[in-house]
Design a protein around this ligand. Structure first.
Ligand code: CA
Ligand code: CA
Ligand code: CA
Ligand code: CA
Length: 356
């Protein structure tokens, strides 16, 4: 407690003015003794009231804004002199108040009852902070500890945009993709999920929602890890565009990756050639002895490799006339001599297709 003393020194000096009553009569100056005295102001022993409505009015990744009502110089009246706002990642108590971080730039107290705010900056993302405030008057009387509040700063940083999406392989119905994992926050940490999409149209942010969503994306690994996904169920000989976006646990989604395109392969040919259109028909009877043999060798895939066509008639390899295209060759065999009456004619045809 301090006592304010005001000392007043009053020195009065009276200067007697010479009054000339007559040329022969003058007065001398009269001086009083200095009047020195003291009085004492009632000491200020009343601290400002405790702030009891400290609250969080907003936060970003690195700021928290506090709000409270001003208390007074003396309890809840008048105007206090200064605030001391502190924060800590531990619960603040009177016992550890001194070790909490002191904010700087607190506002000047306004008259009791006024709403006041302060934004604390330079905080860390996704961190829980506790806040408290004390109020002092001009007599250095300090209030007790306010209510202690806490909040966790949010995550407002999306994963980086993936810039190296690439196709590492393909078949007639699959395309294998590869990319480098971004992080939770730009290129740091671990994101939470991927969204890979594909379309037969060029993908942009504008049409992202209408692109087909791939299934089975891997869980993101730590930033910098190579990750892969095989897209299945595609159509053959079709140009597809692919793009990817990562999202963090706070639902911050990265922008669109580089967009790549790949054309799927043709459907592989796994079906061998076949014969059809036999003349004479299979198992036909009563065929004349001078008949030619005609039939088609077809392939619905890569086509017939004409160099592989073999025709064997009654155990003898023959060379029929081959016309047509790989999809449909016509074999015409005109025997050098007629067949015999009553003879059974045995035909064997072999062929391979052009599939790689
Ligand atoms: Ca006071
Ligand atoms: Ca995060
Ligand atoms: Ca983040
Ligand atoms: Ca075939």
């Amino acid at each position: 407690m301090k006592t304010l003393k005001i000392k007043l020194l009053i020195t009065a000096i009276f200067i007697g003015l010479p009054i000339l009553l007559s040329a022969a009569n003058a007065f001398a100056a009269n001086t009083m003794t200095a009047d020195v005295y003291t009085f004492t102001i009632v000491p200020d022993t009343t601290a400002p009231s405790i702030v009891s409505n400290l609250s969080i009015s907003g936060s970003t990744e690195n700021t928290v804004t506090l709000a409270w009502s001003a208390t007074g110089d003396d309890a809840a009246s008048g105007t206090a002199t200064s605030y001391d706002i502190r924060y800590s990642t531990a619960l603040i108590t009177l016992a550890n108040w001194a070790s909490a971080t002191q904010a700087t730039g607190e506002p000047t107290p306004a008259i009791a009852g006024t709403s006041q705010t302060m934004t604390i900056s330079s905080l860390s993302r996704e961190t829980t902070y506790y806040f408290a405030i004390k109020v002092s008057d001009e007599g250095a009387n300090q209030s007790g500890l306010s209510n202690v509040i806490n909040t966790t700063t949010p995550d407002q940083t999306a994963p980086s945009v993936i810039a190296n999406l690439s196709a590492t392989g393909k078949t007639h119905n699959t395309v294998n993709l590869s990319w480098t994992a971004p992080g939770d926050n730009a290129a740091t940490g671990t994101a939470t999920s991927y969204d890979v999409r594909y379309s037969t149209a060029l993908i942009s942010l504008a049409n992202w929602a209408s692109a087909t969503q791939a299934a089975g994306e891997p869980a993101p690994a730590i930033a910098g890890t190579t990750q892969t996904l095989s897209i299945t169920g595609l159509s053959s000989v079709t140009k597809y565009y692919f793009a990817i976006r990562a999202t963090d646990e706070a639902s911050n989604q990265a922008g669109l990756s580089n967009v790549i395109n790949t054309t799927t392969d043709a459907t592989p040919d796994t079906t061998p050639p076949y014969t059809t259109g036999h003349v004479p028909a299979k198992d036909a009877t009563n065929i004349t002895t001078d008949s030619n043999i005609v039939l088609h060798v077809k392939d619905d895939g890569a086509g017939v490799d004409s160099s592989t066509i073999q025709m064997i008639v009654n155990g003898v390899s023959v060379s029929p006339l081959i016309t047509g295209t790989p999809a449909d060759y016509t074999l015409t065999y005109n025997p050098l001599s007629d067949f015999l009456n009553g003879q059974d004619v045995f035909i064997t045809i072999r062929a391979s297709d052009l599939a790689p």
